[in-house]
Design a protein around this ligand. Structure first.
Ligand code: TMP
Ligand code: ASP
Length: 239
């Protein structure tokens, strides 16, 4: 499958058309941004790790009954995916208070919730991805009620699968962001990526941050953290 026209270049990925109208190629870059593009940098090797980690989890999730856009890995940085229309909602699932939740509600980072929380942001860079509720999403025609129900159910299922997996690697899944898409027939499938860019991952023993917060917060050791979690994932299967 060959890359044809560049359809879209985002902050961390490029998307190309292919000769198959139903398939796209996603190419992962090492570029990193934070705070809606205000902070810019690069994380060496990130594109390879994010591509491989995402594909590993998409495969695992398919096995666990979560439909995804994944078709096949083409190279270290490139993957063939089903063409979808992205639902303009960022779905954030949290197990532990951190990041914007802690800031917004004045809760110390690390407070463990009784049950996972789920929230939606409007995927719109110009507006800075504002938080919204279900009735706002319906008013804006971002998705139907049935689609939002499906997205909620699938996201909580993803949380259970990922949380269990990472726990077996000695990693605590604090929170993560998902995006969903619609296939031509309207089926909702998981899209985008699942990586240290989009998940908070803390070492279960020490609490050390092993994700993009090292970049966002200038904590250093960014490349090492990405390599560490990828190594844990590989060791999981070697056992
Ligand atoms: P937050 O606490 O900053 O709202 O982030 C929640 C989760 O979402 C965290 O795991 C990082 C991820 N995330 C993204 O994937 N993309 C983004 O643009 C932001 C702000 C967060
Ligand atoms: N990728 C997002 C941006 O550039 C933010 C983030 O991951 O923190 O704004």
């Amino acid at each position: 499958m060959d890359k044809q026209v560049l359809l879209y270049e985002g902050k961390a990925k490029k998307v190309y058309a292919t000769e198959d109208p139903g398939a796209l190629i996603v190419a992962y870059k090492d570029d990193a941004t934070a705070f809606n593009g205000l902070k810019k940098g690069s994380i060496a090797g990130k594109g390879v790790i994010n591509n491989q980690m995402t594909n590993y989890f998409m495969t695992l999730l398919e096995r666990e009954g979560v439909p995804t856009h994944f078709l096949r890995e083409l190279s270290e940085r490139e993957t063939l995916v089903k063409r979808v229309t992205i639902v303009p909602l960022e779905v954030i699932v949290r197990n532990i208070a951190a990041g914007s939740f802690s800031k917004r509600y004045g809760v110390e980072e690390g407070v463990v919730f009784d049950r996972p929380t789920i929230e939606f942001s409007y995927k719109n860079d110009e507006l800075g991805d504002p938080l919204l509720n279900t009735s706002h999403a319906l008013a804006l025609h971002l998705a139907t009620e049935a689609e939002i129900d499906t997205i909620r159910t699938l996201s909580l299922r993803v949380n259970e699968v990922l949380r269990t997996f990472w726990a077996q690697c000695g990693v605590t899944l604090v929170d993560f962001k998902l995006e969903f898409g619609r296939l031509g027939d309207g089926t909702i499938v998981l899209a985008d990526e699942i990586s240290p860019d989009t998940c908070r991952l803390w070492d279960a023993a020490t609490g050390k941050k092993l994700d993009k917060d090292r970049f966002r917060r200038d904590l250093g050791g960014v490349e090492d953290a990405y390599a560490e979690v990828m190594g844990r994932l590989r060791n999981h299967d070697a056992r």
